[in-house]
Design a protein around this ligand. Structure first.
Ligand code: SAH
Length: 244
């Protein structure tokens, strides 16, 4: 009896040890392979859903796009925090919540063609590309246009078309657009962008100089209506707009 009891104890101890080891292995795998998955879930839950963004397609895209790939390597562990980050050339990748808010307010449909002014890192374009058919994006700083085009291609975002140029002029050859998103701040909306907005189209833009207001325009029967959404802070729009 005593020997059986001893053996039972040994078996129980071994079983506990095996469970502990396999449990550890599972935890380690999760930590090793998926720190960014965990960070993205936390970001979406605490920064985006908690602030009222509920559109499933926006949430799905924010969960899928690997934001840490769009920031400099040295900053990758900060990519899911609640603020913008520098991306070089004096420019920034927007705060995740602002990306989600602007995308949400555009009320995108899967068949939409979207124009973005200010490609920057390419992150906003990647988010859009998971929601709509075609994304056209223009960046005035050539090295940023080149690096984000290469990155988007490498990551498989094949429906994003990147152009180096002044977004003031829009992309007339592929207009009209169902939605236009401006991610740099002009003092007034460039007229070519209004002209390139389709009937029933939406245009979102941080409008202003030192103080900016995120503003949503809708074109209906050729008439624009305007809705102010939130105070924001973006880098200023450069190029032709500066001469206006
Ligand atoms: N959407 C970007 C962040 C944009 S930062 C992202 O997801 O990372 C603003 C960008 O607008 C900068 O890269 C800046 O160079 C660009 N920009 C400024 N003026 C512009 C213009 N006239 N045309 C196109 N891009 C412009």
């Amino acid at each position: 009896m005593r020997r059986t009891g001893w053996r039972a104890c040994l078996v129980a101890a071994l079983a506990t040890a095996v469970l502990a080891v396999t449990g550890c292995a599972a935890r380690n795998n999760r930590n090793d392979l998926a720190w960014d998955v965990v960070a993205r879930h936390d970001m979406v839950r605490s920064q985006i859903e908690a602030r009222g963004i509920a559109d499933e397609r926006v949430i799905d895209a924010m969960l899928k796009v690997e934001r840490h790939r769009f920031v400099p390597k040295a900053l990758e562990k900060l990519a899911y925090q609640d603020h913008p980050l520098p991306i070089g050339e004096g420019q920034t990748i927007s705060q995740p919540y602002i990306v989600a808010l602007m995308t949400d307010r555009l009320a995108l449909r899967p068949t939409d063609r979207v124009l973005e002014i200010g490609t920057g890192s390419g992150y906003q374009a990647a988010i859009l590309s998971l929601i709509v058919d075609e994304v056209y994006t223009i960046e005035i700083v050539e090295p940023l246009a080149d690096s984000s085009a290469a990155l988007l291609d490498r990551l498989g975002y094949k429906n994003v078309h990147v152009r180096h140029g002044d977004g003031f002029l829009g992309w007339p050859e592929t207009a009209p657009f169902d939605a236009i998103i401006v991610t740099c701040a002009p003092p007034t909306v460039p007229e070519p962008l209004i002209a390139q907005l389709a009937e029933d189209g939406r245009l979102i833009v941080p409008l202003g100089d030192d103080f900016q207001v995120l503003t949503l325009y809708r074109k209906s029967a050729g008439v624009l209506t305007q809705e102010e959404i939130a105070p924001v802070l973006f880098v200023p729009m450069k190029g032709l707009i500066e001469n206006r």
